[in-house]
Design a protein around this ligand. Structure first.
Ligand SMILES: [Zn+2]
Ligand SMILES: [Zn+2]
Length: 356
């Protein structure tokens, strides 16, 4: 724990007092390896950097000219603010900022990624551009509000596949937080049936609560055959692949119907993929990098309407002072942890103020 000055919001920014922040696998990667949070080409360690990117809180100060938000508003914050200057950010693809031909992260060009290239949420205060700030309904608790930033990647993936999935069959492979939220978002978008595959019964059970019509435990099963048994021999219309393995991606390809679409959310290393099957069957593969196109706003819209209960994936809460233990729970999945949320100081009083 270190003392840092409270940041001052500039034009079109607000200062957020952070009330809750969820831990994400990306945080663990940043803390242990540096990537994707490379600062000026190097890891962020010992540079006075604060990680954490899935946070919500209360607006406590407004930058010059800000009238979109008021002091006291409860808000959640999208991770990225686009530079507004390059082609990709202009199109809403701000995880693919083209500044200087690099991925992103040039603060001088106004690009920011909370807790990835600029200071994030394992702290008490953060500034955010108003375009990245989203109101939290009074009926939603702080912990659930942090999960809009998890559901946004699932929302982005599904809308990149085509968005309107009403009546289309969707398989989600890999029920980590983003896979589980993909089940919920697909169901909310009208997909039918929604099928979830994994080896862990506990995760499949949560998937059912979030809207999966069928779950398949792939432990001793041929997953492609099992999917086709449910969806018909032609295969499914969409697959959201969140398991991130070579086998899973090849299974995804073989369970998708001709002309179908596959969203690839994770894969760290090069893999051998049956691309001839993709070509011969006119399939579409979509890589997604985080979120974009205001997906956080759209995910929050579903959550505010109670289309699904994102809090089903929130399993543990720790105080900010206990951050190392919270990170350990997330990293080692202690007690079957899925989403571990850290509550900042002062949040308890705020919760009472909101409810009184
Ligand atoms: Zn995350
Ligand atoms: Zn850009």
């Amino acid at each position: 724990m270190v003392d840092k000055p409270v940041p001052v919001p500039a034009q079109a920014e607000v200062l957020i007092r952070i009330d809750a922040v969820a831990i994400c696998a990306t945080d663990l990667e940043i803390i242990h390896y540096g990537t994707p949070a490379l600062m000026e080409g190097g890891p962020p360690f010992n540079r006075n950097f604060t990680s954490g990117h899935e946070y919500m809180g209360t607006v406590v100060a407004l930058g010059e000219g800000v009238d979109e938000f008021a002091i006291g508003d409860r808000v959640t914050a999208e991770i990225h603010a686009g530079c507004g200057q390059c082609k990709r950010c202009w199109l809403g693809m701000y995880t693919c900022c083209l500044n200087h031909g690099q991925n992103y992260g040039d603060v001088k060009k106004n690009h920011r990624a909370n807790g990835v290239t600029t200071d994030g949420g394992f702290t008490e205060y953060a500034v955010n551009h108003i375009n990245t700030v989203i109101r939290v309904p009074d009926t939603m608790c702080d912990e659930e509000a942090t999960l809009a930033v998890t559901a946004d990647t699932s929302m982005y993936g599904l809308t990149e596949l085509g968005g309107l999935v009403a009546g289309e069959s969707v398989v989600v492979m890999g029920p980590g937080p983003i896979g589980l939220m993909a089940v919920a978002v697909a169901k909310s978008l009208g997909a039918s049936p929604v099928i979830l595959t994994d080896t862990r019964e506990s995760r499949l059970k949560i998937g059912t609560s979030l809207g999966a019509d069928h779950v398949i435990n792939v432990k001793n099963t041929n997953v492609v055959e099992a999917v086709k048994e449910i969806a018909g021999t032609i295969g499914v219309d969409y697959v959201v692949e969140c398991a991130g393995t070579e086998t899973a991606i090849n299974d995804a390809i073989h369970m998708t119907n001709r002309g179908g679409k596959i969203c690839l959310a994770f894969l760290h290393d090069p893999a051998t993929i049956d691309l001839s099957h993709v070509i011969k069957n006119n399939m579409y593969l979509y890589g997604i990098r985080g979120e974009g196109k205001s997906a956080t706003h759209r995910a929050m819209a579903f959550m505010a309407e109670k289309q699904f209960d994102a809090s089903l994936i929130h399993t543990h809460t720790f105080a900010l002072d206990n951050l190392p233990e919270a990170l350990r729970y997330a990293r080692e999945r202690v007690d079957d942890a899925i989403k571990v949320v850290v509550r900042a100081r002062g949040a308890e009083q705020q919760l009472k103020a909101v409810s009184s």
